[in-house]
Design a protein around this ligand. Structure first.
Ligand code: PLP
Length: 419
């Protein structure tokens, strides 16, 4: 046995090269969908992940920022089993008790300025609806433009590509949306929101903002986002936040945009990932006046509000919003933020971005980031490999202080930090 502790187990002979299941599946799926890390996930419980050979990692990925309540959370498992046993698995868009309970819980823990929820299955779908609502609003009030940011990510569908990355992202489709304006992302603290770079204020329908830019957890400068918000409010433009990674207590408060200050009250938010910590479900929260602009607008699908997914979501929200969990997280998030900040002492590290239980290590070189990812994996810690010059660290919010410190020791070793 190479490594054996309470939280990690890496057996002799473990290698990132020799996974036969990975090789077999790789032949049946497109190259673009295959994870670059050949680990077979066999079992995942709370903040631990096992492969099929019994190797065990401390999961610093939460899947991909999904399992905020921990993998295979017992309360979520029980809720799914109970729903299964009730013989109510699917009901299209007819009312079900479980959908009612889930929406009620979601709205009750969200700020009261949201009074309407649209249920969907994925983050991409949620952001597609955000795009659609802003478009419909623009048509009603004769406002043409949508403002978004270069480098942000909002999903994989056509409408997502039209507002993600850069104007080139949707080139494959042969269609474009000349009403979408990409602003440079304000990576520096001193960057200011400059309305002179925008079309006339009264012609702007809305802003699509990723709460932080994903690959490196880049936050907008505080003043920038406040100025953007005030500008939008004054000019009658909608403000939407993509909360896919930042939502459901990942950064501390229930939604990540709240970390920019109380005065920021987006008109629309897109939610997914941590909404269920398990089964596929997503949502858009907004107000009745916005979601009903066009009463005939197509805003749902076959599986929207699926009963099993709602049961998982309800148990997840009940768990995450419980006072006991909030109290536990207050302590571990402080440890996390301190440990993340201490990584700056490595000569390999250019910048640390951290808020709540989400952190990013920014390197000069992608090769350094890839080497550190591998080193961590060979030592029983699984970080998020971005395949860029960053590594993201985001364990389930249920992780213990002891396991956090053990994981950070491995990360520090990989970064060459000697304590
Ligand atoms: C910020 C953001 N928006 C949207 C999406 C798309 O979500 P999904 O993969 O559930 O469609 C993601 C997924 O990674 C994301 O990180």
């Amino acid at each position: 046995m190479k490594i054996k502790t309470k939280y990690r187990e890496i057996k002799d002979g473990f290698s990132l090269k020799n996974n036969s299941l990975f090789n077999t599946i790789s032949k049946m799926e497109p190259k673009s969908v295959i994870n670059t890390i050949p680990i077979t996930w066999n079992k995942a419980v709370d903040f631990s992940v096992w492969d099929d050979k019994g190797n065990k990692w401390i999961d610093m990925t939460s899947g991909i920022f999904v399992t905020n309540a921990g993998h295979s959370n017992p309360k979520i498992k029980k809720a799914i089993k109970d729903q299964l046993d009730s013989d109510m698995l699917f009901a299209y868009n007819y009312p079900t008790k479980i959908k009612h309970k889930f929406i009620s819980k979601l709205l009750s823990i969200s700020p009261s300025y949201y009074n309407s929820a649209i249920l969907l299955n994925s983050g991409s779908e949620a952001m597609d609806i955000v795009y659609k609502l802003i478009k419909l609003y623009g048509q009603k009030y004769n406002k043409k433009y949508i403002i978004t940011f270069k480098g942000n990510y909002h999903g994989r569908g056509l409408s997502n590509d039209l507002v993600s990355g850069s104007i080139d992202k949707a080139k494959w489709s042969g269609v474009g949306d000349n009403s979408v304006i990409f602003l440079d992302f304000p990576y520096n603290e001193e960057d200011v929101f400059d309305p002179t770079k925008l079309p006339p204020a009264e012609e702007i329908a809305g802003f699509i903002v990723e709460t932080f830019q994903g690959w490196g957890e880049w936050f907008y400068p505080q003043k920038y986002i406040k100025d953007l918000y005030q500008f939008a409010k004054k000019s009658g433009a909608l403000v939407s936040f993509d909360e896919m990674q930042a939502g459901f207590y990942r950064l501390g408060p229930i939604y990540g945009y709240m970390t920019y200050g109380k005065e920021i009250r987006p008109d629309i938010i897109g939610l997914g990932k941590g909404i269920s910590s398990s089964l596929p479900i997503s949502a858009v929260l907004s107000r009745k006046d916005i979601v009903n602009i066009d009463e005939k607008a197509d805003l749902h699908g076959t599986h929207s509000g699926n009963a099993l997914a709602c049961a998982a979501g309800l148990a997840n929200l009940e768990f995450l919003s419980s006072s006991q969990q909030i109290k536990l997280r207050e302590k571990t998030m402080k440890v996390f933020e301190k440990e993340m900040s201490s990584l700056l002492s490595s000569s390999l590290v250019k910048k640390i971005n951290v808020r709540g239980m989400m952190g990013a290590i920014i390197f000069d070189k992608t090769e350094d980031a890839l080497r550190v990812v591998k080193e961590c994996i060979y030592n029983g810690v699984l970080p998020v490999c971005t395949n860029k010059n960053s590594i993201k660290i985001a364990p389930p919010l249920t992780i213990s202080t002891e396991a956090l410190l053990e994981a950070f020791k491995v990360i520090k070793d990989a970064l060459g930090i000697r304590e």
